[in-house]
Design a protein around this ligand. Structure first.
Ligand code: ASP
Length: 338
């Protein structure tokens, strides 16, 4: 019989009435009729009532503790379902993707409609996530996001709508599979694993994320350039395929002397370019001034990858390991796959 351990962290699926009190993990599972006292159908379900918070209040300390428990659970031969709020679900999934092995399926799910509202989607999402987590065919795919009967790879999954139950998409890629009549059906496999080598995640590492918008005069960038000792790295969510105002180039280039600066795109899909535009502030200019391309990783995920690398030896007294960081981002860009 398949074993699946469910970690509940709170979120909409547990937010009956919408106030601060959250349902317990057992109550969340009971909505689906899962009784953790005994086997549920063909699956033995174990519950870890881990946190009861809106996902916007999850901390890196919560997630590193979760990652440790997930790693132990997978090593003991159990599949995993993490149930949390959808607001930061893609970040939890990607963080787990970077630090946990998936010899057993690891699935993250949640809900868009509270359990007391008509058409609540929590039970259906939980049922689909349990089916994926119990299926040996869903091993070694990296961490998965399952909602609305779609199976997404953590690195692509993105909450793309504030209220739709079909909010999760994989922009620039597409779902890896679907759940049909309760059974997972895989359509695709990721070309490479996200987990490059054993990576750690140290909550004390500080990586800033700066999202650009038209007319930015550099006030927020100054918060980093004037106090660089506060940060270990910076991700810039730039315009288009990796463009910043011309007056950002000098301060960003100077920062690369002290910390890794990763160039991501704020568009939401597609990879950063390297040599299509060559004017001041273009991707070509910035990459030749020391910035590191994020490739197709969305800014928040680029921040997590940089954070994990800096937690795992890519930073030392002599500075940061630029080749290693660049190689990690290039790996997930799918370039050079023979
Ligand atoms: N969607 C929110 C979350 O991600 C809802 C909440 O406050 O529970 O947790």
């Amino acid at each position: 019989m398949a074993r699946v351990t469910v970690f509940t962290l709170g979120g909409t699926i547990s937010a009956r009435g919408g106030d601060a009190a959250r349902m317990s993990g057992a109550e969340v599972l009971a909505e689906l009729g899962v009784d953790t006292a005994g086997p549920s159908g063909t699956t033995e379900v174990e519950l870890r009532d881990f946190r009861r918070v809106p996902s916007s209040s999850l901390t890196f300390e919560d997630l590193t503790a979760l990652a440790d428990e997930v790693a132990r659970t997978v090593a003991a031969g159990s599949g995993v379902v993490v149930v949390q709020g959808t607001d930061t679900l893609e970040e939890t999934a990607f963080l787990l993707d970077l630090v946990c092995t998936t010899e057993q399926p690891v699935v993250v799910t949640g809900a868009m409609r509270r359990p007391d509202l008509p058409g609540a989607d929590g039970p259906a999402n939980l049922a689909a996530a349990l089916a994926v987590a119990a299926d040996p065919g869903c091993r070694e795919l990296g961490v998965l996001v399952v909602l609305a009967d779609e199976i997404h790879a953590a690195r692509f999954a993105h909450k793309a709508h504030t209220t739709s139950v079909a909010t999760f998409a994989s922009p620039g890629a597409g779902p890896l599979g679907v759940v049909v009549e309760g059974e997972p059906r895989l359509l695709l496999r990721p070309a490479v694993a996200s987990r490059l080598c054993p990576l750690r995640f140290d909550p004390d590492v500080r990586v800033a994320l700066l999202t650009l918008s038209l007319g930015d005069r550099g006030d927020l960038l100054e918060l980093v350039t004037e106090r660089p000792e506060r940060y270990d790295g910076l991700v810039v969510a730039a315009f288009g395929a990796g463009h910043v105002p011309a007056w950002f180039v000098e301060p960003l280039a100077a920062l690369t002397e002290r910390m890794p600066v990763v160039l991501a795109s704020r568009t939401g899909a597609g990879a950063t370019l390297s040599h299509t535009y060559r004017s001041p502030g273009s991707e070509y200019d910035l990459l030749h001034r020391g910035l590191i391309p994020a490739g197709p990783l969305a800014p928040a995920k680029a921040r997590l990858l940089l954070h994990a690398l800096l937690s795992s030896g890519a930073k030392g007294p002599a500075g940061y390991d630029r080749p290693r960081i660049s190689a990690a981002f290039a790996h997930l860009d799918g370039a050079g796959l023979a």
